[in-house]
Design a protein around this ligand. Structure first.
Ligand SMILES: NC(=O)c1ccc[n+]([C@@H]2O[C@H](COP(=O)([O-])OP(=O)(O)OC[C@H]3O[C@@H](n4cnc5c(N)ncnc54)[C@H](O)[C@@H]3O)[C@@H](O)[C@H]2O)c1
Ligand SMILES: [Mg+2]
Ligand SMILES: [Mg+2]
Ligand SMILES: [Mg+2]
Ligand SMILES: [Zn+2]
Length: 455
C-alpha cells in the first residue's frame, strides 16, 4: 500500500471513530455499509468504535455495532474491553448489554461475513404465524377500526404522494394505510383474497393506538383486486394512486415499507397465479390467513399429508460477483433489456437438486463461459417479482475467457476495481452504471471493493 492510500485509510478510520465517539448512528451505519472492516478498527490507544460509544453512553450505537457483528472482546492498550469501559464510566445499561449480548453469536465460528440488511429485507411487522389458524381472532381484527389494510390493483400497491404523509421520510411515496371503512365493500366480496401480514411490533405501535386494542396488537392485511376499485371505494386521499411497476417503482418506498411489500406482493402474486389446484386442476379455498390454498376436490392427492403446492412458493436465485484470478477485476454482464451502459452481476434460478455453489458455477458457465472455483455466501434479498429469494455470493474464476450466451446476455466484461468504484460513486470518469443501491447486485460489488484484493 502506498503512503497516500495509507493516509486515506487512516483518515477514514479516524472519521469513523469520531462519529462513534459523538454517537452519530446515521454516519456510523453508512460507513459500515461501505466498509464493514471499520467495525473492529481501532485508533489511538487501541480504542474501537464500540469502546468509544460505550465510554460516552451511546446505548443505541452500542446496540447497532453489536448487531453488525463487531468484536466486543477486543482490548485497548490499557487492557480494557468495551464492557470494562462502560462499567467504569457508570453506563450500567450499556455494561449489561455488553455482557448479555454476544453469547449466542460467540458460539458461531466467524465466517468473516456479517448479516447485511438489503432493501425488501426489513421485518417491520411481526408475522404471528400462530394467528393464521385462529379464524375468530382474524375476523375480529378485520372488523377493528385500528387495523391497517393495504390495497393492490393487479399487484400494484395503492400509494400516496401527499405532503401530509411525508414527514420524517426521505421516500417520495408511502403506502396508503387504509382503514376498514375504506375497504369494507371489498371485504364483503367472496372472491377477494385477504392476506394477514402480521402485527405491528410493539416498539412501532404508537401508545395511543395500543390502548384502544384489547390485546394491544395492530394487525395488517393486504388485498388484491383485478378491477380498478377507485369508483367503489371511499378513499379520501386525493394524492393516492396505484403505483405501476413493479420495477423500478417499488424501490421508491422507504426500507420499512419495502419489507412489507416483499411479503404482501409475493403472497398476493402466488394467489393470482395459482387460482386452481396445481395437482388436480380443481377449485381451491383460501385458508390460514391467506397462507394456504386447500383443494376442494375429494380425494385430491394434495389433501394427503403436507403438500407443497398448498403453500406460497419462493424461487431461490443465485446472484454472484465473480472475481478474476488476479483479484482485481470482477465479471459483470448486461441483459438486452438493461438501460444503456448498465452492467450487473450474473444471476440465475437454482434448479431442482442443485446446491447454491453448483448453481453459481453452472449459471456463470452458461451465461459467460467462465469457469468458477470457490464460492462463498455473502447476503440475501427477497425479490418480490414475483417471489424470488436472491442468494448473493462472491466467487473466484479459474478461467478468464468470456463467451456469452447471446440469448440471455448481450455482453459480459471484466471490470477493474477502480472502474466499479467509479460506477458506485457515480464519478464522471465511470465507464459503466450499476443497478441502484436497493439491488443486492449493488451491495455485492460494494462488499467486494472493501475486501482484500485476494479473496
Ligand atoms: N436483485 C438484484 O440485484 C437482481 C439482479 C439480477 C437479477 N435479479 C432477478 O433474478 C431473477 C433470475 O435471474 P435470471 O432471469 O438471470 O435467471 P436465469 O439466468 O436462470 O434465466 C432465466 C430463464 O430461466 C428459466 N427459468 C428457470 N426457472 C425459472 C423460474 N423459477 N422462474 C422463471 N424462469 C425460470 C426461464 O426460461 C427464464 O427465462 C430474475 O427474476 C431477476 O429479476 C435480481
Ligand atoms: Mg441469468
Ligand atoms: Mg441463466
Ligand atoms: Mg437459469
Ligand atoms: Zn386438487
Amino acid at each position: 500500500m502506498t503512503s497516500v492510500q495509507m493516509s486515506a485509510t487512516d483518515e477514514m478510520v479516524e472519521g469513523f471513530l469520531d462519529h462513534a465517539s459523538r454517537g452519530d448512528l446515521v454516519r456510523v451505519s453508512d460507513m459500515i455499509c461501505y466498509s464493514s472492516k471499520l467495525l473492529n478498527e481501532s485508533g489511538k490507544q487501541g480504542w474501537t468504535a464500540l469502546m468509544l460509544a460505550a465510554r460516552n453512553g451511546h446505548f443505541d450505537l452500542v446496540k447497532a455495532l453489536l448487531s453488525k457483528g463487531c468484536n466486543k472482546d477486543l482490548k485497548n492498550k490499557s487492557g480494557q474491553t468495551a464492557h470494562d469501559i462502560a462499567k467504569f464510566w457508570g453506563h450500567k445499561h450499556i455494561a449489561d448489554l455488553l455482557v448479555g449480548d454476544g453469547k449466542i453469536r460467540d458460539i458461531l465460528p466467524s465466517t468473516g461475513v456479517t448479516e447485511h440488511e438489503n432493501y425488501f429485507s426489513r421485518e417491520y411487522l411481526s408475522r404471528m404465524s400462530d394467528k393464521r389458524t385462529d379464524s375468530g381472532w382474524l375476523s375480529a381484527k378485520q372488523s377493528s377500526p385500528e387495523t391497517v389494510f393495504l390495497l393492490f390493483h393487479n399487484l400494484d400497491p395503492l400509494v400516496t404522494s401527499g405532503p401530509e404523509h411525508m414527514n420524517n421520510s426521505q421516500a417520495k411515496l408511502k403506502l396508503c394505510r387504509l382503514k376498514r371503512d375504506s375497504v369494507g365493500v371489498l371485504l364483503k366480496k367472496s372472491d377477494i383474497v385477504v392476506v394477514f401480514l402480521g402485527v405491528e411490533k410493539q416498539e412501532c405501535s404508537s401508545l395511543s393506538s395500543v390502548s384502544k386494542e384489547e390485546d394491544g396488537l395492530i394487525a395488517w392485511f393486504a388485498l388484491n383486486v383485478e378491477e380498478n376499485p377507485s369508483e367503489i371505494l371511499k378513499i379520501e386521499d386525493s394524492h393516492s394512486f396505484f403505483l405501476q411497476g413493479p420495477m423500478p417503482t417499488l424501490l421508491m418506498l422507504n426500507e420499512d415499507e419495502g419489507g412489507i411489500i416483499a411479503q404482501a406482493r409475493s403472497v398476493l402474486a402466488w394467489h393470482s397465479r395459482y387460482s386452481f389446484c396445481p395437482t388436480c386442476g380443481g377449485k381451491t379455498k383460501v385458508a390460514e390467513g391467506g397462507y394456504k390454498r386447500t383443494c376442494l376436490t375429494e380425494g385430491c392427492k394434495s389433501l394427503l399429508g403436507i403438500h407443497s403446492t398448498c403453500y406460497p412458493r419462493v424461487d431461490p436465485v443465485v446472484i454472484m460477483l465473480v472475481i478474476h484470478p488476479d483479484g482485481n477485476q470482477c465479471l459483470l454482464g448486461r441483459k438486452k433489456t438493461f438501460p444503456p451502459g448498465m452492467f450487473s452481476c450474473l444471476a440465475g434460478f437454482i434448479e431442482p437438486g442443485e446446491t447454491i455453489e453448483n448453481a453459481v458455477r453452472r449459471e456463470v458457465m452458461e451465461e459467460s463461459g467462465v469457469t468458477v472455483g470457490p464460492v462463498r455466501y455473502v447476503s440475501c434479498q427477497p425479490w418480490p417479482m414475483p417471489s424470488s429469494l436472491m442468494i448473493g455470493c462472491i466467487s473466484v474464476a479459474v478461467s478468464t475467457d468470456i463467451k456469452v450466451d447471446k440469448d440471455e446476455i448481450e455482453e459480459a466484461r471484466w471490470f477493474t476495481r477502480q472502474q466499479v468504484i467509479d460506477a458506485i460513486v457515480k464519478s464522471s470518469k465511470a465507464v459503466l452504471t450499476m443497478p441502484p443501491r436497493q439491488a443486492i447486485a449493488h451491495y455485492l460489488v460494494k462488499h467486494w471493493t472493501c475486501l482484500n484484493s485476494n479473496l
